[in-house]
Design a protein around this ligand. Structure first.
Ligand code: SAH
Ligand code: SF4
Ligand code: F3S
Length: 433
């Protein structure tokens, strides 16, 4: 029996799919090369903006052809859209046999049995069940042998007014320290060198179990064999001095942080309910620079939030100029059903969003060009992750920049020093030192 998983959305969804693959392999399934040869197809969905919603239905239209050749084949939809739409999704697309969300991933074995018996297997609950931690008993199946994601919390306790995540993933549930450390130890004994701790707001990890995120960093760093630690996503409000200090003290923590600011205008930040001002965000950046020498930043920005004026937008551009992010992920505001921003007055016309977006991209392109140039001639530490065409090594710097260089397979998984010869916005050509 073979499975095929199509994943949309963020790194958490990606890691959920790795776990689902682990569950399916435990059940005896193997990964199919393409969906046409699968016995079960799962679409792990995202609903953060309108676009990913639409993609799911176009894929379902394609995948339903599978049942013509293989009438026993099963089609499932999981993830955030499944949680948001519930039964409505099956009504809209009766070809779906299995449905669950991140709350009930651990129930997949039973759901498959139900579907094989001819029932619609739907497990969509209002709240996460008490036994959801069973999920951690299953391994993950990863493509990258050296860098691994580790989910350290589920859900999110914030209430950003544009965001569906607290609804689709529920309130924050921190995974226990023991459970996380066990997974990290297992990964290391499997050859992993870099662990990437994941959560919608990892900087708030522990708050619901009487712990602090810095403790998690120190404890993961104690594990022999872990060479590098990264984490995503940080929230400016929860990023405190304790975390900055830990990042600076622990050599294994990479000098990079993804810290979304979303908007530069204090008025818009307030409407978004982000819980900080532009000034406070910039103070966090200064604090991080003080504790973590050479730290680099990336961020997320929303363009065209309701009532955003030209002046508000210029505050966002000003943030890009002040911080000089290595990477900016920018999104046009997309009104999501059942969120407060959906029905706010003063929705910005799409044409205005598009114009602002292209100005933002133009500015960031210039900044990135300059940032990239500043790397030329420097020495960087790189973890070699893969090889292309037999002699082109691909890796990442501690500051999260992709590099390529000549070398052989014996270099895979090694942490090496390189000199940057030429640097472009998304890649750097390097030489081994
Ligand atoms: N937990 C993370 C973000 C998760 S969603 C954080 O708080 O930083 C990833 C990004 O999608 C967000 O940072 C935001 O920039 C964007 N986003 C979320 N909801 C959106 C919406 N309704 N419209 C446009 N962009 C949105
Ligand atoms: Fe959404 Fe805000 Fe939570 Fe991020 S912090 S997941 S944007 S509610
Ligand atoms: Fe999308 Fe859910 Fe992640 S809505 S961005 S897959 S948390």
């Amino acid at each position: 029996m073979k499975y095929y998983i199509k994943t949309f959305g963020c790194q958490m969804n990606f890691n959920d799919s790795e776990r689902i693959k682990g569950m399916l392999q435990t059940l005896g399934y193997q990964e199919a090369k393409d969906w046409q040869e699968a016995d079960i197809i799962l679409i792990n969905t995202c609903t953060i903006r309108e676009k990913p919603d639409q993609k799911v239905f176009s894929h379902l239209g394609e995948y339903k052809k599978l049942k013509e050749q293989n009438p026993k084949a099963l089609i499932g939809v999981c993830g955030c859209l499944a949680q948001r739409m519930g039964f409505e999704l099956i009504q809209k697309s009766p070809v779906v046999d299995i449905m669950f969300s991140s709350f009930n991933m651990h129930q997949l074995p039973e759901l498959i049995q139900q579907a094989q018996a001819g029932y619609k297997a739907v497990a969509i609950l209002e709240n996460p069940p008490d036994d959801e931690d069973k999920l951690w008993d299953y391994p993950t199946v990863r493509d990258n042998p050296y860098c691994a994601y580790v989910t350290v919390m589920k859900g999110c306790d914030k209430n950003c007014t544009y965001c569906v995540v607290p609804k689709t993933r529920g309130r924050q549930r921190s995974r226990s320290l023991e459970s996380i450390l066990k997974e990290v130890r297992d990964l290391v004994s499997d050859g992993v060198k870099e662990v990437h701790l994941l959560g919608q707001n990892v900087t708030a990890w522990g708050k619901d179990i009487g712990k602090h995120f810095s403790e998690l960093l120190y404890r993961v760093a104690e594990i022999d064999g872990v060479e590098r630690i990264r984490f995503t996503t940080g929230h400016p409000k929860d990023l405190d001095e304790g975390i900055a200090k830990a990042m600076g003290e622990i050599k294994k923590v990479c000098e990079h942080i993804h810290l979304p600011f979303q908007a530069g205008s204090d008025r818009i930040l307030k409407l978004m309910d982000r819980g900080y001002t532009k000034e406070e965000y910039l103070e966090k950046i200064s604090m991080l620079k003080e504790y973590v020498k050479g730290i680099t930043f990336s961020t997320d920005v929303i363009v065209g939030f309701p009532t955003e004026t030209e002046e508000d937008f210029e505050e966002t551009l000003d943030m890009l100029k002040k911080v000089r992010f290595e990477q900016v992920f920018s999104f046009k505001f997309s009104p999501r059903p059942d969120t407060p921003a959906y029905s706010m007055e003063g929705q910005v016309p799409d044409q205005v969003k598009t114009q602002r977006m292209s100005r933002l991209l133009q500015l960031q392109k210039e900044i990135m060009g300059e940032v990239a140039k500043s790397y030329e001639g420097t020495i960087q530490e790189v973890l070699i992750e893969s090889i292309e065409h037999g002699n082109k090594l691909i890796g990442r710097t501690r500051t999260n920049r992709w590099v390529s260089m000549e070398g052989g397979v014996e270099m895979l998984g090694k942490v090496v020093k390189v000199k940057v010869i030429r640097s472009y916005p998304f890649n750097m050509e390097c030489e081994l030192v």
